[in-house]
Design a protein around this ligand. Structure first.
Ligand SMILES: CC(=O)SCCNC(=O)CCNC(=O)[C@H](O)C(C)(C)COP(=O)(O)OP(=O)(O)OC[C@H]1O[C@@H](n2cnc3c(N)ncnc32)[C@H](O)[C@@H]1OP(=O)(O)O
Ligand SMILES: CC(C)C(=O)C(=O)O
Length: 514
């Protein structure tokens, strides 16, 4: 099986992303991580473009242990000399020369003829070859270049001694079948092409950079140029992690090997994201936070039964600790039960059904359900199930700046009948408690009232804990709900129920309206 080499250009083409500016230490950190990831070639910068790039490329060339380090250079002798100064101490000095070959670039940007482009390329390759052990030459905008001209110029630079020819899709214009055909054509028709490495370098203007890179590999490319997280000029470059994992997962199809140590992928992506300030979208392939997350019940059930039903990549392959079953409004009972067991509970089926129902109600109101939420629902169900003489059925509270808070409550009473009552209070919680006290029909003293949010965020669950005393007895009650007043009512009712459960003989008489 042939091997495809990874040429990472995060520090050169990636840094061409508008607004991006990495300092020397940041570039060195990224380079070292790319080395750990096992990329074959690191393009560390464009040494002749400015002093900072020169120093950074030089520093990286000295520091990196395994990867080859290269730098970009125009076909200008002084650029080649500067690049040599930056790279001469590296293990395997390699230069990356480039010149545009498409008609539009030659005519309007370079103001040259095709003959001049060939001549300057040949001259630059020969000059570079006197210094560097590996010379790479790129035909910028190759995918919009006439294939006849590409054949001609490639033949000449091969004769001049080039080692690698890169055929970039500089403006992200090509399509997978077109680029595959281009590589196949040039491999078959350029004299000496079999003795050099052909490389692809795709941009993402039409969202096809990765697909085009993979198609180039199918067409015969032995090197792919790409960036971490796909960062780069305009819409970016082909993303390294997507190409690498696609080649690995579909090795059966592409029939190529690679040197990358894939478990370093996630760490590399996170480092680049952190240092560049580019947030990786949740749905980004391989490294997005949702790449291994499932929320819908049918998928969660499938993954629990056999992960390959919905996962073609194992999280560990790319250095992600584990997949995630996110509980939400679309989740089903299998995933819910799995979470409950994970939290250390093993409730009987009936109880689980009840809590699942409460969970679904909560999930309809709350965006993110945390472990603490589930825990609170389970604990609430336990105390509810302990003693249920009174059951809160509905609660309505009118409150406003100019009216007296009034609560209207419907409850199931100890004899099973439904009752309704209303009362006012100086605040809304007091209105709720006055109403409940009336319904219970006995003076119940509220000794303490505490409220806290169970999980973070605006839509967190509220947990209320009350201490009450009744007839020489005291009790604690807990209530959890999305709404503070509802949680307060549940806590109060729970406290009363617990007193009743402990002293059945002294049950307060059910009151009014029953
Ligand atoms: C497809 C790519 O990604 S190519 C790499 C692009 N990256 C960058 O440009 C980042 C670094 N660039 C820079 O710092 C600057 O552009 C420099 C230092 C390289 C050049 O700066 P300046 O001398 O001010 O020129 P400027 O950038 O305005 O124009 C580019 C010049 O290079 C010429 N040029 C373009 N490509 C090449 C090439 N491969 N070889 C030789 N000359 C070239 C242009 O025709 C133009 O020449 P002109 O001044 O005679 O019209
Ligand atoms: C210099 C070349 C390789 C390039 O970055 C491009 O064509 O996009």
């Amino acid at each position: 099986m042939r091997r495809v080499e990874f040429f990472d250009t995060t520090l050169r083409d990636g840094e061409q992303q508008p607004g991006l500016n990495l300092n020397r230490e940041e570039k060195l950190k990224i380079a070292k991580q790319l080395d750990r990831l096992g990329v074959d070639i690191i393009e560390a910068g464009f040494p002749a473009s400015n002093d900072a790039d020169f120093t950074s490329v030089q520093q990286i060339a000295r520091a990196v242990q395994n990867s080859t380090v290269t730098g970009l250079s125009r076909l200008v002798k002084s650029d080649i000399d500067t690049t040599w100064e930056a790279l001469k101490e590296s293990r395997n000095p390699r230069i990356h020369l480039f010149i545009a070959t498409s008609d539009v670039h030659i005519k309007h940007k370079l103001n040259m003829t095709q003959e001049q482009v060939i001549e300057e390329s040949v001259e630059a390759v020969r000059y570079a070859k006197e210094r560097f052990s590996v010379v790479q030459w790129s035909a910028e905008d190759a995918c919009r270049t006439d294939w006849g001209f590409l054949t001609k110029i490639m033949t000449e630079v091969i004769k001049a001694g080039v080692d690698v020819i890169n055929l970039p899709d500089t403006v992200g214009y090509t399509s997978p079948s077109e680029i595959k055909a281009m590589f196949q054509f040039l491999k078959e028709n350029v004299e000496g092409a079999e003795n050099i490495t052909l490389s692809s370098h795709c941009h993402d203007d039409l969202g096809m950079a990765v697909a085009n890179s993979l198609a180039a590999v199918e067409g015969g490319a032995d090197q792919v140029e790409c960036t971490i997280n796909g960062i780069g000029e305009r819409a970016g470059n082909a993303s390294l992690e997507e190409i690498a994992v696609a080649l690995h997962i579909r090795e059966d199809y592409y029939q190529v090997k690679q040197n990358l140590h894939l478990p370093e992928i996630k760490r590399t992506s996170s480092l680049v994201s952190k240092l560049t300030g580019n947030v990786v979208p949740g749905n980004k392939a391989i490294v997005g936070s949702n790449a291994f997350a499932h929320e819908s019940g049918i998928h969660q059930d499938g993954v629990l039964k056999e992960s390959t039903t919905y996962e073609i990549i194992t999280p560990e392959l790319v250095g992600v600790e584990t997949n995630k079953l996110v509980l939400g409004k679309l989740s089903g009972k299998h995933a819910f039960r799995n979470k409950v067991l994970e939290l250390g509970f093993d409730p009987p089926d009936e109880e689980l059904k009840r809590v699942f129902k409460a969970f679904k109600q909560l999930a309809n109101k709350k965006k993110d359900i945390s472990d603490d939420d589930i825990f609170a629902l389970l604990a609430a169900d336990k105390v509810e199930a302990e003693a249920k003489a009174y059951e809160l059925l509905s609660l309505q509270v009118n409150v406003g700046t100019h009216n007296i808070p009034t609560a209207t409550i419907t409850m199931k009473m100890p004899d099973g009948a439904e009752a309704q009552e209303a009362a006012t209070g100086s605040g809304s919680v007091e209105a709720v408690y006055n109403t409940l006290e009336r319904m219970v029909g006995s003076p119940i003293r509220l000794d303490d009232y505490r409220i806290q949010s169970v999980s973070g965020g605006e839509d967190a669950l509220a947990e209320v804990v009350v201490h009450v005393s009744y007839n020489q007895q005291s009790s604690i009650g807990r209530g959890t709900a999305h709404d503070v007043l509802e949680a307060s009512a549940y806590a109060y009712v729970n406290a009363v129920n617990r007193i009743l459960a402990e002293a059945p003989a002294e049950q307060p008489e059910p009151s009014i309206n029953s």
